[in-house]
Every structure is written in C-alpha cells, then in structure tokens.
Design a protein. Sequence first.
Length: 172
Amino acid sequence: MAVTTRVETTGANSSSSEAEADEALMKRFNDYKDEAIEALLDGFQKDDGIESFNVMRAAIEMEDWDLEARPKSRLKFLYSVPFDVLNGLEEASEDNNDDEEDGPLPTTFLASELVQMNIRVRKGLNLYARYAKVSQVLDKETLIFIESRKPFALEDYGDAGFSTNSVMARVI
C-alpha cells in the first residue's frame, strides 16, 4: 500500500547521523501507519474493528520510501502486510448500513457560506448552459420538459457570478 504523506522531508537534516536519519524516517513511517492500515482494511473489505487493526499494526512493514529531489515533493511510503495475516482477518460485515439511512438527512449551513455556494452553482449552471448551446448547434440536441415538450432555458438560471439578473441570483 503506497501512502503519500503531507510532509516534504524525512524528518532529518544534513547534520543528522545515519542512525538519527533512520530514526526520524521510522517516526514518519509510524505517523502514517494507521492511514495505511485503514486503506488496506477498506480496500480488501476486511473487518475494521480494533482487533483487526491491532493485528495489522503488529504485522505491517515498511518496504520502501521515496522523496523526489524537487521542491514541494511529498514523502511516500510503501507499506506491506504478509498475505497470511491479511487473509486471516474477518471479512467486513454486510449489514453495515451507515452510509444508507432511510429518509432525509439534516443539513446545516452557515448563512455566510450560502452566498459563495450560490455563486458556485450559478457559475456551474452558466457553464452547462454554454455547453448546451454548443450541443444544440453541433448535435441538434435540445433540453426540453418531458410533459409539455417546451424547451428548457438553462441560461435563465446561471450567470458569470457577478450579475443579479439570473433566477438563481435572486434566490438569496
């Protein structure tokens, strides 16, 4: 399992000894070990309980690491777990429906966020309206209402984000 970290160094500097550099690298390895374990358990659809996590934590090894010699490159680790250990873990339970709940989910927004969200939607609708015009000319396709068969004017809903003459600009 390859993990790209958020750090740009191995944790050692040019004055560090070989042992200090190895120790700093192992510290970084251990910092991202849990992230690799979670990805492995999820990717192989294994039980992600505490027991499985502890078994993986004891068996995981650092195979390799990489840090490109260019600015802003990120430290990468290659983690491995023996097949027997991974295969010996229980499969993830099928009845885990955390992602699929019945009914509407409550959502909360800050009023200060709504203006920016509305602008993003308006810009997106404006872009789709331009794509629809091109499609209408090139492919002879038109957006229409199903029941009335009247054309749907998508350009009425979006704008470039700074005018107030679209339908969505008047929502807030």
